[in-house]
Design a binder for this molecule. Sequence first.
Ligand SMILES: *Cc1c(COP(=O)(O)O)cnc(C)c1O
Length: 416
Amino acid sequence: MKSMELTFTGSFTQQEPIPSEAIARATEVLQGGRLHRYNTVEGETAEAALLESEFRDYMGSRYCLAVASGGYALTTALRASGLQQGTAVLTNAFTLSPVPGAIVAAGGKPVLVDVTEDLVIDLNHLSIQIATSGARLLLLSHMRGHIVDMEALMVLCNRESVTVIEDCAHTMGAAWNGVKSGRFGLAGCYSTQTYKHLNSGEGGLIVSDDPKFMARATILSGSYMLYDHHPAGPPAEIFTDIRLSTPNCSGRMDNLRASILRPQLARLGANCARWNARYCAVAAELNNVPGIRLPQRPEKEQFVASSIQFLVSELDPATITDFLSHCGKRGVELKWFGASEPIAFTSRYQSWGYIDPPSLPTTDAVLDKLCDMRLPLTFSLDDCSLIGAIIRDCVLATRESIVDGAIHVDKSSGDP
Ligand SMILES: *Cc1c(COP(=O)(O)O)cnc(C)c1O
């Protein structure tokens, strides 16, 4: 095996530069000094408002609101949906910590729902959790871009009168059966944080077709009484009852970030294809390798894979640590959702100590085996093939060493 000698030397956290036309636009905004979205001169439409109109058109929604972060978008959407203090909100047990964080920030109580081996919400468990918790709100996280059967999910939620808010931090540009991710529920929420599909450092977007929801979200985001500066927002009369009864929880997007996002939005479709090509190059090396399970992706799932996940199905936690260190020595930094302590961005639900600890053995069995890796566009397709080959070699070598007992020899020599 030739890949045995090779090591990967790239960086898993290095994104592409901001496009030059975005830098040029940002420079103009900086020179103008009018960075605040409501600071416009006669006849000028703010960059933030232009971004909202462009993202609304891209999504095919009625309305769009740009805000300070993806987490803020989630909190705002929950509040604007009318979440009552102390009530239960369903969400995926496999997600990123800002998701349960948003529920708690909005005054809700997270009720976690199991994840399947294909890394989507378990609809049977969702049905049980709806019945037992009485929750009428689901914050559905398309975690790492895996999209559940949205038709089945919406049938269940509509039947049970459960309102759906979609966390599309990893599905901007993706669709289910031709319908864009974020267009199924009351609202879709997006992040433009550096590691997502558009990069403004921090930032968020909310889309919806519901005028009252969007009016509340707009006031919540800190629009003061300048809601008529939102061409992608609902008409002014919708605000009449809402403007004085909704608090200002300041979290706007500014013109500088909006200016660097607009040119990136124009490239989103092309970049989604580039991510998927990278995903396919890694997946080709991992397909049909004993001990590796790639999530099944149904034909209706038009995914955007800016990262890849797989289960090391035959390794137990001790040997997974060996596997990860083999990969690490060859330059492939994998994240593992089975670690007992949260590391960097990765945490499992047991680490969210501010919520009642549930017992979810089905989810635990998945997370214990789950490895995860970003696929930045700075990787070439050859890089991705090499990374895939290194992972395959390391899984096979770790499996062999279990059979040989070599791992145990390693352990006693204190050299894992
Ligand atoms: C990044 C992320 C968020 C939150 O986005 P921020 O912009 O970092 O606040 C929410 N959900 C998921 C699944 C994410 O990965």
